[in-house]
Design a protein around this ligand. Structure first.
Ligand code: ADP
Ligand code: ZN
Length: 609
């Protein structure tokens, strides 16, 4: 373990392991099969990369996507670790070069696509290297219960037969028990050690708002993140095009991405995003798998995803570097309707499950409990603190009304007076005392509950109705979502149950999230900006993504410690020997310049478009 710690420092520049990394590495050293479940950004790759460097022999890594493999191999090369990949895109010459390295025993990690590894005669062609370990990345792909099922992964069971003496380690971020079991069975693991990390992502700040004027709400998030990159998810392709055009018209630097675009255009958008030529990508869920960009600072959902699994996966693309990132979700009851409509055609069993998941995420959106806790509970875990310090509920962006019982009773009585035959919009109009034709025609202005909540903005009343639905006091029934009062709702009316109802915060006493406070602590922000632009210049010159040079976390630590010597530079978290050698001169010069007051300023980029 000490040798591995030394390697962690030498190649990656880290002093400590992240939670669970040491245990996961423990099973690799012990040669015991393992299934390791860590959330995105938990640092799974180090679990097999660090031991691979120190153990004798060659580590085989199976990864489902060529882009992911390329990314990891490039990142390893940047750190000075001998790694290579074999997949269908390599030319015969490139493949031979890799094989020559294997023959000379000069390689520590070999990334292989599942198609390639299951092809007959593959291992024979490698000249029998000694294999240190086998790592299966994104291992949920073996399971039909996972969301990215890959048939070739099913065949990976042959590995255990062919190499009974080599331990196999499976890594995934997918939480469910069912998928975990499936992984062990399909890969024929032998009494594997199962390690499951906490799914909490404390650096993600979750916010949920009802969608009102979608565009302005989205702009408000973008304005909070100037000079930072992020993703906007829309439900439909048409929404992507529309949102993209609207944002571009307002001067935001955006690019679209969805399955309906030409391959070329899509690739260009993705490339521009990764190289930080565009700040924001507007996309359907087609975007994401295989994107390894670690400094995504915000993920916005302009509509409600169809399950919390989807939400966790998509929002999880933010903040993989461990620094604070914002996940804002704008939802409306209409999204629920859209999904319900889409699900109508699914076969009964699957449809029932999908509808249950839809209800769960809807309750999450309209709910008023800590978002971190709600998500964790959904995945069967609990939060170990009362105040997460990183969600709209805990940060006090939302205030609770003082008299929720009274308000709740007014809403419930109104629903009953309406004979439980009307939807949320109509009920809201009655409660707010609207002169709308629909109300007057039906004579609903004569109801005793008419205008009971006319002191409040209509959209606030509408929100309360949804919150009562989310908390189980009211149910939406039938094709038209008419409101029914549940047993719990009747108890509310009797005064034996009290709901929690929110009002939008009037006083802007926004607390800053804990993650943001910690990660900016002591950082010279001007220097950080200067280092960022230097990083971009270097990345452009080398044609690699900026975060491959250094992560945002590393730049902040640099702008905190302000090292003056190469030795000091090595102390920065995320600076290993190889990167120190390559980059210390340029970055130390920038730090010196900054200290001497000669602001380098944003240096001109070699090529901009
Ligand atoms: P995952 O594959 O689980 O999403 P990664 O392996 O991409 O996560 O790691 C996420 C981030 O955490 C990367 O930027 C990585 O460099 C960083 N990281 C990994 N291990 C450590 C560590 N021990 N200390 C600090 N940062 C780490
Ligand atoms: Zn919270």
């Amino acid at each position: 373990m000490n040798r591995i710690k030394a390697a962690l420092k030498k190649y990656w520049g880290y002093d400590e392991f992240l939670p669970l990394q040491e245990q996961a590495i423990g099973s690799v050293i012990a040669g015991r099969d393992s299934v390791v479940v860590m959330p995105t950004g938990g640092g799974k790759s180090i679990c097999f990369q660090a031991p691979a460097v120190t153990l004798p022999g060659l580590a085989i890594v199976i990864s489902p996507l060529i882009s992911l493999m390329k990314d990891q191999v490039d990142a390893l090369t940047e750190c000075g670790v001998p790694a290579a990949r074999l997949d269908s895109t390599r030319s015969a010459g490139e493949q031979n070069a890799v094989k020559a390295l294997i023959r000379k025993r000069e390689l520590k990690l070999l990334y292989i696509s599942p198609e390639r590894i299951v092809s007959p005669g593959f291992f024979e062609s490698l000249d029998k290297p000694a294999i240190s370990l086998i790592a299966v990345d994104e291992a949920h792909c073996v399971s039909m219960w996972g969301h990215d099922f890959r048939p070739e992964y099913r065949q990976l069971g042959f590995l255990k037969q062919t190499f009974p003496q080599v331990a196999i380690h499976a890594y995934t971020a997918t939480a469910t028990e069912r998928v975990r079991k499936d992984i062990a069975t399909q890969l024929r693991l032998d009494n594997p050690e199962v390690l499951v990390g906490s799914f909490d992502r404390p650096n993600l700040v979750y916010k949920v708002e009802r969608r009102r004027d979608g565009l302005n709400q989205v702009c408000a998030v973008l304005d909070r993140h100037q000079n930072e990159t992020g993703i906007i998810y829309c439900i439909r392709r048409a929404d992507v095009d529309e949102m993209c055009a609207a944002l571009a018209a307002r001067g935001y630097n955006v690019a679209p991405y969805h399955a309906g675009m030409e391959d070329e255009d899509r690739k260009r958008s993705q490339e521009a995003f990764i190289r930080e030529k565009v700040a924001t990508i507007v996309a359907t869920i087609a975007f994401g798998m295989g994107i390894d960009k670690s400094n995504v600072r915000y993920v916005i959902h302009t509509g409600m995803p169809k399950s919390l699994e989807h939400y966790q996966q998509q929002s999880g693309r933010a903040g993989r570097d461990g620094l604070e990132a914002e996940c804002s979700l704008f939802y409306s009851g209409a999204d629920y309707g859209v999904w319900k409509y889409i699900l109508r055609d699914s076969e009964p069993e699957a449809g029932k499950i999908a509808l249950a998941k839809l209800n769960d995420i809807y309750h999450y959106c309209a709910g008023v409990t800590c978002r971190h806790r709600a998500i964790l509970n959904y995945f069967g875990q609990d939060l170990d603190k009362d105040d997460c310090g990183a969600c709209d509920v805990c940060l006090g962006d939302l205030d609770c009304v003082e008299n929720p019982l009274e308000i709740g009773q007014k809403v419930i009585s109104c629903i009953l007076r309406l004979g439980e035959r009307f939807g949320a919009d109509h009920t809201t109009l009655v409660l707010s005392g609207s002169r709308d034709e629909r109300i007057l025609k039906k004579g609903h202005d004569a109801l005793s509950t008419y205008g009971l909540l006319s002191d409040f903005k209509r959209r606030v009343v509408r929100d309360w109705v949804e919150q009562l639905v989310a908390q189980g006091y009211v149910r939406k029934a039938g094709e038209f979502n008419v409101l029914n009062v549940t047993g719990k709702g009747r108890r509310l009316l009797e005064g034996t149950e009290t709901p929690r109802l929110l009002k939008p915060a009037e006083k802007k006493r926004r607390r800053i999230s804990r993650a943001a406070r910690d990660s900016w602590e002591g950082v010279d922000e001007n220097l950080f900006e200067a280092l960022r632009s230097l990083r971009r210049q270097i990345a452009d010159r080398k044609h690699v993504p900026a975060f491959h040079v250094f992560s945002d976390a590393t730049l902040r630590d640099m702008a905190r410690l302000k090292p003056a010597t190469p030795e000091g530079f090595l102390e920065v978290r995320g600076v290993g020997e190889m990167k120190c050698e390559q980059y210390s001169t340029a970055f130390l010069a920038a730090i010196r310049q900054h200290r001497d007051g000669e602001q380098p300023g944003p240096a001109p980029l070699p090529q901009t478009d």
